[in-house]
Structure formats: structure tokens, C-alpha cells
Design a protein around this ligand. Structure first.
Ligand code: MTE
Ligand code: MOS
Length: 793
């Protein structure tokens, strides 16, 4: 892969965060392409774009019932309100009233006679100002006839367990007999909550009508091609009339993989019907009420093991609250199964999913895509074994990790070829003195009535690739202009994760150019068509290879030209930072491109890539869904207050495998951010619906995302050194977007370890997530043998 004519990536940056150690290989930490604009407030998001003349504003009107027939809808007062230009209902849709991203036809853009969750869009107001539209939306008079609403997993099961997708079973060996034959056995249940994406920039889109049915849509979307398709279907026209564009999102985290489609379609519909540009920017409360979130899960597990803590058999049922429509719940619940082994070998195993239908927001992609939920279940199983055997959970982990060449077959019959989990955990445990600190904490807890400390070290093994094989393709379009400046376009979207920076680095390295000569532009379906969502952490893997392909095609032509023009061998043309070496002469890159232009050499190329080796058959539950695995481990130490239930994260050490990192500073940023987001999911972030199905936590006032002050007091992130990807990925790097989210699991287990001190580490606390102060207090009381909370008054 690495060729001799490449120059190193330049532009070193100091450590990402003080106290963070940046290590790892030959790559360099070029600053994020928008870093300066981000901090100066100069980076433009959809709502910052100069507004076209006559721009209108769209605000949706939402259902106030979880499940009901619409008996009548009186929108007269809405239409008559000041500033209102048009009110959109399902009847106004020229094409299909449908935005199901998976072809299920179960997701109308606007409700017709039935509403299926509290917050579902029924109509939309188009007005001269956003405030006028918001006022008018409140004036609707809608008469409902309530139907029985199913709000959570328990209710869904009690009502017969209707599902939004086929359940999946993965099995190898014979779990029931394996369990029966095991010397020891534990069964239990863990519940874990969902999670609001809380992207800083909410859902937003702007649409501008053009000639003869053309529609341009700027959308804060992770999936411009799907947004293009949805707008085309809703407006009933071919894709070639619809162009979607996105320069950057203010965060997506999976929440704009499909959920951006509805706002984009509403803006396009308004533009279509009024002939004017139209913009939608959801109010934060509406955004939280309308859009799907991470799936909450209830997992029932039954594990057989021996006295040494070795797992013999595992049987698990993983049930998810999916919401009212399929959305991505099928692949999300599949991925929960794909990760219900985390890093561990289960000799006999059966894993089953239950993607349950409920009258709530349609849950969707969220960093890890079901994987973290599966991993949380796997780690609970480990914890149960540790308490049952009296072993240190780390030892249980080390005894059960996948081997290489032996004990290496996953529940989906893919062989783990490079299990490095044991090495990573052992190295991290050494580096952060896990064992000594654990012993010291336990001793200190004995003399501390209220403040208890806990520590845990957990691994992650995360499969990289879309499990839907066809998504694993990407395109790019690279232009070299006569002045030697370069423009890079690709199918991936920038949401803060640094994808564009990495793509720029690839062109810089290949052409030997500095950062200011390579310009990345907005992602648009007009330049690179038929793209996949930027998701599954594979943005850099897929688009990076496509960019490299495009660049190499142009380079090949330039090399051929230069060799002929200057009369040297093609092998003697090399692109280096000081210019293009043509034999003994150094030609400045712009001189070469000008000369190539006059010689009529094409300096533009598309590029394409598809991931090799992968396959997956859901019918048989077998295949190689992942090109490779990304690994890592985290050690967290916490202090909890048994009187208030509060938690403080004292120290976190992470060792993570980013392969040969494309950009260590950006990757460390991803690991830090992923960890904090994962810890937030498992500790402070709690979604609460009331009995009517109304989400009561729909603003930061009631929904607690981690703040700066919640970060670990001591926080060290290191990249695994000298760890090039054994597969042929872009410069041997590994995907890094989602796997570090899982490091937050160490915090849940550290809290559990602290709670276990209450009864002298005899029983597994069976701590559910999120471990909010309330959950911690309830668990404390259970551990102390109190049946009910203290009486009040
Ligand atoms: N980092 C930032 N700053 N903002 C985001 O929205 N999304 C995450 C992750 N890191 C996200 C992020 C998710 S869910 C994914 S799938 C990956 O980035 C997507 O980008 P990549 O494939 O380029 O890693
Ligand atoms: Mo990420 S959940 O795959 O957008």
C-alpha cells in the first residue's frame, strides 16, 4: 500500500489536550480543517447560510397523542394566523407520503388518519418568519380518538410482542445443552436506557426551487443520497432533478443518518408548493420530541461456566424498544447481537433479538448502532461470573477473550484472526497500575462510610463495515487546477469527526502539497452520486480509498506526461514536499500542472472503492460481515456518595487501536469524545416518558448530557503503538468513530464495583443503566437489604 513516492503527512500539532500523550507511527496531526472557524464562530451551518430572497420558514405541527385516530383536523386558525403563507398536510404531497429509509412504507412524512407517537408530524406551517410559523402551529384544533398505546418493552411483550423487523437468531453449538452441562450457571436481566443524540446543531434544511422541477436542498444530513431520494419520492420526480448538499453538520452521531430526511422533505415540499426558498430549523424541544434516539434494551441472559470463570455456554435474548416504525431498527438490533460477545469466546451460544414495536419515537442509529448495548450485556455476564467465582473481573475477562488460531469463532461464524484484547488489557492494566489501585481502593473503602471508590477495566472489540454489504462502497472526485491547487470531493460527510481533514491529508501526502493547496468542498450528490451514509465508522476507510484512487489516476497521467516531457523514466518522477522530482530536476507542482494543461492532459478524476472480503447472510446467521475489528480497553476509577447517589469519575486511562492512525490528534479527540458520550449514556442521560407517551425530558433542563465538569479528573488516552491494520485499509489505519464510545462501559462497572463494597463484595450489584443518582440509591438500598426506600415524613 505504502509507496515510495509518497511524502509524509505534514503539519504537526501539539497534543490534543494537555496531559494527553500522542503516540503512534508516521502519520501527523494536521489540525482539523475547520478548527479555527469552529472556535471563531465562522464555520457556517445550514442556518448560517445567507438567506435567499423571499425565504419562508417551516415549522411542523406535532401529535399530542401516542396512538390515536385523527377524527377531525381544523387548521383554519393556523391558515389565518399572521404571516402564514401555506399549511402543508399529507394531501398536498405530489408524490409519495413516505420516508421509510428501508422501504417498509411504514413512515408517512405527515400523518393522515392515524398518529403512532406523541410528537409525530401531522402538518407543517409555512410562514414569513419562524416565530410566526411557531405561533400558528399552536392554533391547530385536532380531534383524536385514542387507541391503546404500547410505550415500552414490557408493554410490547405483554401485548403480544409485535415487531418492526424480523428477529434474528445467531447460534453456534448447542446453548441449552451447553448450559445444562455447565458446572455453574447464572441467569439474570439487565436494562439499559436510550440516549438522545443532542447534536449541538439541531435538524435543519433549506430548499430552493429551480427550473423545470429542479430542487436544491441543503440538509444537515449524514446521508445526502438518501435525502436526495426521499425528496425525489415525495415530490415525485427523478433523482437527477434533486441535489443535496452539506458542508458540515454540528454533530450527527447517527441522529442524522435517516432522521434528517423528514425536515429536508418538509422544506422541499414547502419550496415546491410556494415557489420560494424554504428553511426548517427544528426547535430543540420539537427536535427531541420528534426524532428517534438510541434504543433502550432489556437483556435476559443465562450463562454456564466453570470454577475457573471460563464460559461454557451463553443464551441471551436482547429486546429493544424500536418505536413506531422500522427505520434502522433491524440492522441496529442485528448489530447488538454481533457485539453481544464483545471480546469473548462463547463455546455454545444462542443470541436472539426482539425488535419491538412501540408508540414512541422511531429509534435509530446512534454511535455504535446497537453494538454498545450488546457489549453492556456481555460485560454484565462477565461481572456475574466474577462475583460467583470470587475472581477479579479482569481475570475473568482475560480467561475468556478470543484466542488466535483457537477459540476464535464468533457466534456469526466469522473467525477472529487477530485477537489482541488480552495484550491490550494487560498492557493497560500495567500502565495504570490497575491491580495495585484496586487493592488500595478496597482497603480504603472499609474505613469510609459514605464515599466508596470503585475501579474497572473493560475491553472493546468492534466490527468495522456496514453489515449491509452493498453500503461498503464509496466515490470521490478530485480536480487539479492549472495553478496546481487541488480540490477534493468525496461522498462522506463532515460532522466534526475530522473526515474532511483526513481526506485532505491523503491528497497532500500523495501530491506532496501543503494543506493550503488542497481544498475540500461541501459534499453534494451533484459531484459524487449513489453514496452511502457516513456511518458505521467507515467514512475514512471507504472515502479515503476512493480519494486515493482518484488521486493516483491523476498522478499516473502526470507521471506519464512528465516522463515524456522531460525525457526520464516514469520511476524517476516523485511527488515530494519540495516539488516534483523529475530525474535530477525539481519541478514546482504548479509548473508541472501548467505544462500538463498545455499538453492537454486531464487533471480530474473520479475514484471508487468497495470493501473486499465481506459477506453476510441473515437467513443463515453466517458470514464475514466485518473487514476487521478495532480494539481497545479502558480503565475507570470512580467515587460515589452513598448518601446522594452522586458519582465522580476520578481517573480514566484508555489504550485504543486506531491502526496506523491517519491523524493521531483527531483520533484521540474521537476517543475522548466517544468515551465521554458513552459515560453520559450510562450515568446521567435518562429519557423519561409519562403514562400518556409524552417525552418529558425534551430539553437540556431535564435531560443531562455530560458537561466539561463531568469529565474525568485525570484522563489519559493513548493510541496503540506500531499497530498497522493487518488488512489493506487506507494507509493501514483503523476506523475510530464509534468503538471508543464503548469505553464508557468501564464507568458503569467501576460504579458497580464501588456499590459492591456495601456487602463486602459478596454479590453482584446488578446495576442497571443509566446509573443515575436515583438508580445508585435504589441499588444501595437493595444491597443493604432494605425492601423499600426510607419512609418519607
Ligand atoms: N464525532 C463528532 N465530532 N461528531 C459526530 O457526529 N459521529 C460519530 C463518530 N464521531 C460523530 C463523531 C458516529 S455515530 C460515526 S458513525 C462516525 O463518527 C462517522 O464518521 P466516520 O465514519 O468518518 O468516523
Ligand atoms: Mo454512526 S451511529 O454509524 O452514524
Amino acid at each position: 500500500m505504502r509507496d515510495t513516492i509518497s511524502a509524509p503527512i505534514s503539519g504537526a500539532l501539539p497534543d490534543a489536550v494537555p496531559g494527553t500523550v500522542v503516540t503512534g507511527g508516521a502519520s501527523h496531526s494536521l489540525r482539523h480543517e475547520s478548527a479555527a472557524m469552529h472556535v471563531a464562530g465562522a464555520a457556517a451551518y445550514i442556518d448560517d447560510m445567507p438567506e435567499p430572497k423571499g425565504l419562508l420558514h417551516v415549522v411542523p405541527g406535532l401529535s399530542t397523542r401516542a396512538h390515536a385516530r385523527i377524527v377531525s383536523m381544523d387548521l383554519d386558525a393556523v391558515r389565518a394566523a399572521p404571516g402564514v403563507v401555506r399549511v402543508l398536510t399529507a394531501a398536498d404531497i405530489p408524490g409519495h407520503n413516505q420516508v421509510s429509509p428501508v422501504g417498509r412504507n411504514d413512515e408517512p412524512l405527515l400523518a393522515t388518519d392515524l398518529v403512532s407517537y406523541y410528537g409525530q408530524p401531522i402538518f407543517a406551517v409555512v410562514a414569513e418568519t419562524r416565530l410566526q410559523a411557531r405561533h400558528a402551529a399552536r392554533l391547530a384544533r385536532i380531534e383524536y380518538e385514542d387507541l391503546p398505546a404500547i410505550l415500552d418493552i414490557a408493554q410490547a411483550r405483554a401485548a403480544g410482542g409485535a415487531m418492526v423487523w424480523r428477529p434474528l437468531t445467531m447460534q453456534r453449538g448447542d446453548a441449552p445443552s451447553g448450559l445444562a452441562a455447565s458446572p455453574r450457571r447464572v441467569a439474570g436481566r439487565i436494562t439499559m436506557g436510550g440516549q438522545e443524540h443532542f447534536y449541538l446543531e439541531g435538524q435543519a434544511a433549506m430548499a430552493q426551487p429551480g427550473e423545470e422541477g429542479e430542487m436544491r436542498v441543503w440538509s444537515s444530513t449524514q446521508h445526502p443520497t438518501e435525502t436526495q431520494h426521499m425528496v425525489a419520492h415525495v415530490l415525485d420526480r427523478p433523482s437527477n432533478l434533486v441535489t443535496t448538499e452539506i458542508r458540515r453538520m454540528g454533530g450527527g452521531f447517527g441522529g442524522k443518518e435517516t432522521q434528517a430526511n423528514t425536515p429536508a422533505c418538509l422544506a422541499a415540499l414547502a419550496a415546491e408548493l410556494t415557489g420560494r426558498a424554504a428553511k426548517i430549523r427544528l426547535d430543540r424541544d420539537d427536535d427531541m420530541m420528534m426524532t428517534g434516539k438510541r434504543h433502550d434494551f432489556v437483556v435476559d441472559y443465562d450463562v454456564g461456566f466453570d470454577d475457573d470463570g471460563r464460559i461454557r455456554a451463553v443464551d441471551m435474548v436482547l429486546a429493544a424498544r424500536c418505536g413506531w416504525s422500522a427505520d434502522l431498527s433491524g440492522p441496529v438490533t442485528d448489530r447488538a447481537l454481533f457485539h453481544a460477545d464483545n471480546a469473548y469466546y462463547y463455546p455454545d451460544v444462542r443470541l436472539r433479538s426482539e425488535p419491538l414495536k412501540t408508540n414512541t419515537q422511531s429509534n435509530t442509529a446512534y454511535r455504535g448502532f446497537g453494538g454498545p448495548q450488546g457489549i453492556v450485556a456481555a460485560e454484565r455476564v462477565i461481572e456475574e461470573i466474577a462475583f460467583a467465582t470470587g475472581l477479579d473481573p479482569l481475570d475473568v475477562r482475560l480467561r475468556n477473550v478470543y484466542g488466535t488460531g483457537t477459540r476464535d469463532l464468533t457466534p456469526y461464524h466469522m473467525t477472529v484472526e487477530d485477537s489482541i484484547s488480552a495484550d491490550i488489557m494487560a498492557k493497560l492494566a500495567d500502565d495504570c497500575a490497575y491491580r495495585a489501585r484496586r487493592a488500595a481502593l478496597r482497603a480504603a473503602n472499609e474505613g469510609s462510610p459514605h464515599i466508596r471508590r470503585g475501579i474497572a477495566l473493560t475491553p472493546v472489540k468492534f466490527g468495522i463495515s456496514f453489515t449491509a454489504t452493498h453500503y461498503n462502497q464509496a466515490g470521490a472526485l478530485v480536480h487539479v487546477y492549472t495553478d496546481g491547487s487541488v480540490q477534493v470531493n468525496h461522498g462522506g460527510t463532515e460532522m466534526g469527526q475530522g473526515l474532511h481533514t483526513k481526506m485532505v491529508q491523503i491528497a497532500m501526502r500523495e501530491f506532496g502539497l501543503p494543506a493550503d493547496r488542497v481544498r475540500i468542498t461541501a459534499t453534494t450528490t451533484g459531484k459524487v452520486p449513489n453514496t452511502s451514509a457516513t456511518a458505521a465508522s467507515s467514512g475514512a476507510d471507504l472515502n479515503g480509498m476512493a480519494v486515493l484512487d482518484a488521486v493516483r489516476r491523476i498522478k499516473d497521467r502526470l507521471v506519464e506526461f512528465a516522463a515524456g516531457h522531460w525525457g526520464v523514466d516514469a520511476a524517476q518522477v516523485r511527488f515530494l514536499p519540495d516539488g516534483v522530482h523529475v530525474g535530477a530536476t525539481v519541478v514546482p507542482f504548479p509548473d508541472l500542472t501548467r505544462a500538463a494543461y498545455f499538453a492537454r492532459v486531464s487533471m480530474s478524476s473520479s475514484g471508487f472503492y468497495k470493501t473486499p472480503k465481506i459477506s453476510w447472510n441473515a437467513e443463515t446467521g453466517r458470514g464475514r460481515p466485518f473487514f476487521y475489528f478495532a480494539y481497545g480497553a479502558a480503565c475507570a476509577e470512580v467515587a460515589i456518595d452513598l448518601l446522594t447517589g452522586e458519582t465522580r469519575i476520578e481517573q480514566v486511562d484508555i489504550l485504543h487501536d486506531a491502526g496506523q492512525s491517519l491523524n493521531p490528534a483527531i483520533d484521540i479527540g474521537q476517543i475522548e469524545g466517544g468515551f465521554v458520550q458513552g459515560a453520559g449514556w450510562l450515568t446521567t442521560e435518562e429519557l423519561v416518558w409519562d403514562a400518556s407517551g409524552r417525552l418529558r425530558t425534551h430539553a437540556p433542563s431535564t435531560y443531562k448530557v455530560p458537561a466539561c465538569s463531568d469529565r474525568p479528573r485525570r484522563f489519559t488516552v493513548k493510541l496503540l503503538d506500531h499497530a498497522p491494520n493487518r488488512e489493506d485499509t487506507i494507509f493501514r489505519s483503523k476506523a475510530v468513530g464509534e468503538p471508543p464510545f464503548v469505553h464508557g462501559v468501564a464507568v458503569l462497572h467501576a460504579i458497580s464495583d464501588a456499590l459492591a463494597s456495601i456487602d463486602g463484595y459478596r454479590t453482584c450489584p446488578r446495576l442497571d443503566a443509566p446509573a443515575t443518582p436515583e438508580t445508585i440509591l435504589r441499588t444501595t438500598e437493595r444491597m443493604r437489604g432494605l425492601a423499600a426506600p426510607c419512609p418519607v415524613g
